[in-house]
Design a protein around this ligand. Structure first.
Ligand code: AMP
Length: 238
């Protein structure tokens, strides 16, 4: 594995040949799990599995799962474990996960975490998972969430405060009109934070206790955070 971590610049290097195995990105809503997952894709070429994106896809397609999830998500609550676990189980069967993947937004409860641990043990993959928790303070998260906009076409993520598009309201990449997630309002954010503190914070402690765990400061430039995450993962893998 490369020892020149300090020179790694996600996005500017070639996809690495090493296989990082399963990576968990943990952290409260708005810490930048999705943004960082996209940086890690550039480094390792492994897929991002975002349960939020998968659920929104189900909502958009009007599947049974989507119909159940829509209102729950709109309230900022968590979709039942059994439904989310099943959705992840199906996704993990796809061939592109063979060399590793980045789980973003999963597991979010201890039930999900234990399910995942057992599943990975049963699958007997070559590498155990590593977990990285991204930390950002509450007020900063609120600004990030209420300022977040995304491109419905290419899925680029912007922020009105931190990373605005060149032309207000439109994607820099393809010019599509930017959208705001229905649950990115202050009221729903408060509920999502409540759910995080009650149900997901214990998941962070679960993985901290298991080892193969790192915590990074998420209140820095995107590329700098990514370098920190890559370094942490390589350290945990060495
Ligand atoms: P996210 O895009 O990760 O912020 O997720 C958006 C919403 O999808 C959350 O507020 C939950 O309602 C739902 N969701 C996403 N991932 C999970 C999960 N692992 N367990 C339960 N609900 C989830």
């Amino acid at each position: 594995m490369s020892s020149s971590i300090s020179t790694v610049t996600p996005g500017r290097e070639e996809v690495r040949k090493t296989t990082p195995g399963p990576i968990l990105l943990l952290g409260a809503p708005g810490v930048g799990k999705g943004t960082q997952a996209k940086e890690l894709i550039k480094v390792w070429g492994i897929p991002q599995i975002s349960t939020g994106d998968l659920l929104r896809g189900n909502v958009a397609q009007g599947t049974e799962l989507g119909k159940t999830a829509k209102e729950i998500m709109g309230r900022g609550e968590l979709v039942p474990d059994i439904l989310v676990n099943e959705m992840v189980a199906v996704r993990l069967q796809q061939a592109d996960t063979a060399n590793g993947y980045i789980l973003d937004g999963f597991p979010r409860t201890l039930v999900q975490a234990k399910w995942l641990d057992e599943r990975l043990a049963a699958l007997g993959g070559a590498l155990p998972l590593v977990a990285v928790s991204i930390k950002v303070d509450y007020n900063q998260l609120l600004r990030r969430i209420t300022g977040r906009r995304n491109c419905p076409v290419c899925h680029s993520i912007y922020n009105l405060y931190g990373k605005p598009p060149v032309k207000e309201g439109f994607c820099d990449v393809d010019g599509a009109a930017l959208a705001q997630r229905a649950d990115d309002t202050e009221k729903v954010f408060e509920e999502r934070m409540r759910a995080y503190e009650a149900l997901t914070a214990p998941v962070v402690e679960h993985y901290r206790a298991l080892g193969r765990f790192a915590e990074v400061d998420g209140d820095r430039p995107i590329a700098e955070i990514a370098v920190g995450i890559v370094a942490a993962i390589e350290r945990l893998r060495s």
